[in-house]
Design a binder for this molecule. Structure first.
Ligand code: PLP
Length: 378
């Protein structure tokens, strides 16, 4: 960041990797041709798009013609959910890009079953299976939750969906390029991802759809993306995203173990030193970079603002609607009481996060939580 703030909100977005920017620059300035143009520079742009498709396909063990470029995770989710006909199964802790699409689908006659999660944020396979009906065409369960970081038993869920004749989609926006994903091995039929969550540019993402999936045209117009998603390709964005994917894949294990160590250091010191503190989500099956906390007798928005004043940017856990703060639907689904859920802060680490950053955050959290608890208690 250009200001001296310490950034702990990588689940919201990540900075663009310099290597991704370098890869994009030629396509923004000199090589600006349209990939559909027949002359040499157009053909070069087409090659760049197709090379990017092949790179991304390789990373999830898919074929290039199973990857469709989109404007990001929201679009990929909307597109995938369009495969639901009369009945869809999802979870209560999905991102609004899935939940709001289900609400829309209800207006078209498609009903949704929302599966509960356990107190760690896991979709229990038996509960998932009970929600599947003969008319269920699609199940959509996120790979990892964006608030509490819990990673779902995707392979098990996909296999149960298939046993009931349903396709399995996963919103992998938080997980892709952070944890290994193999669509063959895991039985994933559709997967959504978004460039800006793994050090690529904003406004670009992709949908993986297994060959043979009856995808419907999503944006009507020209012949791009095999006539399923029309519109001139975001060449620079696609190239930058593919470069960011390559970099993430090379560093995947090293990055994940570094983040896991820092995350566990933070969690241990908060639980040890901050009175009335709780961590949400699964201890082991969680994103390497996520730590979600709640505190007794703390106003979460005050805590977030005070952390910002002390130079630490984190995400709050409650949504503000018409002046009133409503606790997050995710924390509610985990059974966190509303009074405590409104105190939530989500910390998400990244490549630049250092041990000093973590220790600073732990110290500052202790000081501010104690202060807020002291003024809230009679
Ligand atoms: N799904 C999840 C789990 C997310 O965390 C996000 C963004 O935060 C999205 C979908 C939306 O992705 P995009 O910002 O690319 O539209």
């Amino acid at each position: 960041m250009s200001d001296p703030c310490r950034y702990f909100d990588h689940a919201a977005t990540t900075p663009l990797a310099p290597e991704a920017l370098d890869a994009m620059m030629p396509y923004l300035i000199g090589q600006f041709a349209n990939p559909s143009s027949p002359y040499a520079s157009g053909r070069a742009a087409r090659r760049a798009v197709e090379d990017a498709r092949a790179i991304i396909a390789r990373c999830i063990n898919a074929e290039p013609d199973e990857v469709f470029f989109t404007s990001g995770g929201t679009e990929a989710n909307n597109w995938a959910l369009g495969l639901a006909e009369s009945h869809l199964v999802t979870s209560r802790i999905e991102h609004p890009a899935v939940l709001a699409t289900c609400t829309y689908l209800a207006t078209t006659g498609c009903a949704t079953a929302y599966v509960d999660v356990d107190s760690l944020g896991t979709v229990v396979p038996e509960a998932f299976e009970r929600a599947l009906r003969p008319e269920t065409t699609l199940a959509s369960i996120m790979f990892a939750n964006n608030e509490v970081g819990t990673i779902q038993p995707v392979r098990e869920l996909a296999s149960r969906a298939h046993a009931h004749g349903a396709l399995f989609h996963t919103d992998a926006v938080q997980a892709f390029a952070h944890v290994p994903i193999d669509v063959q091995n895991m039985g994933i039929d559709l997967l959504s991802a978004s460039g800006h969550k793994f050090y690529g540019p904003k406004g670009v993402g992709f949908l993986y759809a297994r060959r043979g999936t009856p995808l419907r045209p999503f944006i009507h117009g020209g012949n791009q993306e095999r006539r399923l998603r029309a519109g001139t390709e975001n060449v620079a964005g696609i190239v930058g995203m593919a470069r960011a994917v390559e970099l993430s894949m090379v560093r995947l294990e090293e990055q994940a173990s570094r983040e896991t160590e820092l995350r566990d250091r933070l969690i241990a010191s908060v639980l040890r030193d901050v009175p009335g503190s709780y961590v949400q989500g699964h201890a082991r099956m969680r994103l390497p970079n996520n730590a979600s906390f709640t505190f007794d007798h703390v106003d979460g928005e005050a805590l977030r603002v005070m952390l910002e004043q002390r130079g630490a940017l984190v995400s709050g856990g409650s949504a503000c609607s018409s002046g009133a703060r409503t606790p997050s639907h995710v924390l509610r689904a985990l059974g966190v009481p509303d009074e405590r859920a409104q105190s939530a802060v989500r910390i998400s680490l990244g490549r630049q996060t250092s041990k000093e950053d973590i220790d600073y955050l732990a110290r500052t959290l202790k000081e501010l939580v104690e202060l807020l608890q002291a003024i809230s208690l009679p």
